[in-house]
Design a protein around this ligand. Structure first.
Ligand code: RB5
Length: 150
């Protein structure tokens, strides 16, 4: 898989460990930064990853900030993006099976690298189940496209 990754200054070390992990699993990684500890603005990186997912330049995205919250909010503002913040594997797996999430986010100040790896495994290993879940995800996208209820 080709995976885009982005982060702010709080998550540089975790990002590097996640990249090493993804490469060890045989994935291709596109790094959208940041790569320095200098204070920066997480929306820049959430947007970059999300746009790459939207445009099909990567298959999916992983975004990390201090909590995972800010960067997920930014990613979710890009058309077609369903970003989820997870601190445990169960929600990560279900977010793919039921919600067809395409960007995974977590917080470098919330979880450690080993839990992050378990969350990544759960998310990458799961598949969207479609069916009734496709109807519901379609309704979410209708809200985004201002077609809900039409
Ligand atoms: C940066 O200090 C912090 O606000 C950011 O990493 C993130 O946690 C925001 O949601």
């Amino acid at each position: 898989m080709k995976i885009g990754i982005g982060n702010d200054h709080s998550a540089v070390d975790m990002k590097n460990e996640v990249v090493d992990y993804l490469l060890s699993l045989g994935h291709e990684v596109v790094n959208f930064g940041t790569d320095t500890y200098e204070s920066c603005n997480y929306p820049v990186y959430g947007k970059a990853v999300a746009e790459a997912v939207r445009d099909g330049k990567v298959d999916c995205g992983i975004c990390i900030c201090g909590t995972g919250v800010g960067i997920s909010l930014a990613a979710n503002k890009v058309q077609g993006i369903r970003a989820v913040v997870c601190s445990e594997p169960y929600s990560a797996k279900l977010s793919k099976q039921h919600n067809n999430t395409n960007v995974l986010c977590f917080g470098a100040r919330v979880i450690g690298i080993e839990l992050a790896k378990m969350i990544i495994d759960a998310w990458l290993g799961a598949e969207f189940e479609g069916g009734r879940h496709a109807t519901r995800v379609g309704m979410i996208m209708d809200i985004e496209n201002e077609k809900f209820g039409e």
